[in-house]
Design a protein around this ligand. Sequence first.
Ligand code: 5AD
Ligand code: SF4
Length: 452
Amino acid sequence: MKMLENLKYMTLTWGCQMNERDTEIIQSMLEDMGMKEVASINEADLIVLVTCCVREKAENKVYAKLGELSKIKRDRLDLVIAVGGCMMQQKGVGEKIQKRFPEVDIIFGTHNIDRLPELLNRAFLEKERVLEIWEKDKGIPEEKDFYKKRKDFLKSKVIISYGCNNFCSYCIVPFVRGRERSRKPKDIINEIKYLAENGCVEVMLLGQNVNSYGKDLGEEIDFSDLLKKVVEIDGMERIRFMTSHPKDFSEKLIRTIADYDKICNHIHLPVQAGSNKVLRSMNRGYTREEYLSLVSKIKSSIPGVSITTDIIVGFPGETREDFEQTLDVVKEAEFDNAYMFIYSPRKGTAAAEKFKDDVSLEEKKERLQELMELQNKISLKINKELVGRNFIVLIDSEEEKEGKKIYAGRTETNKIVNIQEDDLSRKLYGTFQNVEIISAQTWSLSGKIVRH
Ligand code: 5AD
Ligand code: SF4
């Protein structure tokens, strides 16, 4: 009989970087139990799903995967299936999955991931089907040293705050991830020091709204102060962060980013829509004019900064004129890149309860297409302007193909740069290289390493 600690596991993750970080924590716990990761479903004894519910599309993918895994399990009865993540935090979803997929052994939420080893014990040893979801966390389990294992030590993610207090009317996040809870600066700093000591040179500070970091701590600290503490850490060369909410983006933060070289000149600043009417019904807390003036302040204070954004099309009540205002904002702000989505109502959110989803799917798709075409043109134009210039690139991928070395990495502004070299003897993974941009595409650049 298989022992729990000898199981081979695999994780499947949907959604944002927060879920990716949660997955690392889950992996860390499973490895502490003695388990080993495998790369295919066929080899795995345990499969852990970390789900997302931010849009309907993400949920549909999870249901499809559960159907597939259930079928596999009918031929492999000892396969253990555990499902966690944001989807499970929605009312009734855990119970629904338990009913619809009797093959699922464990259902857990986002607030009790540290309980997974215990739940696994119950499911595995006592052959119980387990459902345990908490509505809130019981404090952040800092004592558990979750940060020790990382998928990627070179570029690591560090959560600085959980949850969100903004209640944008379309968004499920405050319901499934709860109210905003900031981690204590000392815990964050200790984690980043540990990472730096283990070869990490780039850290991504994660929160749903990093700009409101610290407001709940009762300490005199804000996000800029935290950034300045991270800058002090030896060996941490690049500091990134996401996501920034436009309404909380202070002058002090702009100055901090401008003043410190280690803080990357890239800001992800979701605009969501361009019409004041839609922004108001989304409960975003700013107007298009305020947003555009923030963008121009950022651009003039931080030379070379790149700004990316999120945009939703087809929000309830969005007319053609409203949508055209979104197009106008995109033209004026000149984003480096944008993540663009079709609105989908999320049960329990204000928009789903109050407004009729009245833009047809056909119209939504057309608007998305039009928006993407515009943004792609702008992305390409901005990238083309970079040709001939030099940038420092952190090489994070290296492979050999057809007698050539193929490297890829990112600039400080988060642009992907692909590099080809004939010299097969050099190992550049994890190094910073001075790279001249030789050509530009919509989503990436090509470059060559400049040698002195
Ligand atoms: N429908 C479509 N897009 C959404 N987002 C969040 N909720 C929804 C929804 N109900 C988008 C927002 C957010 C990004 C992470 O996902 O643009 O910034
Ligand atoms: Fe959702 Fe708005 Fe919070 Fe972002 S800021 S997680 S969109 S509620």
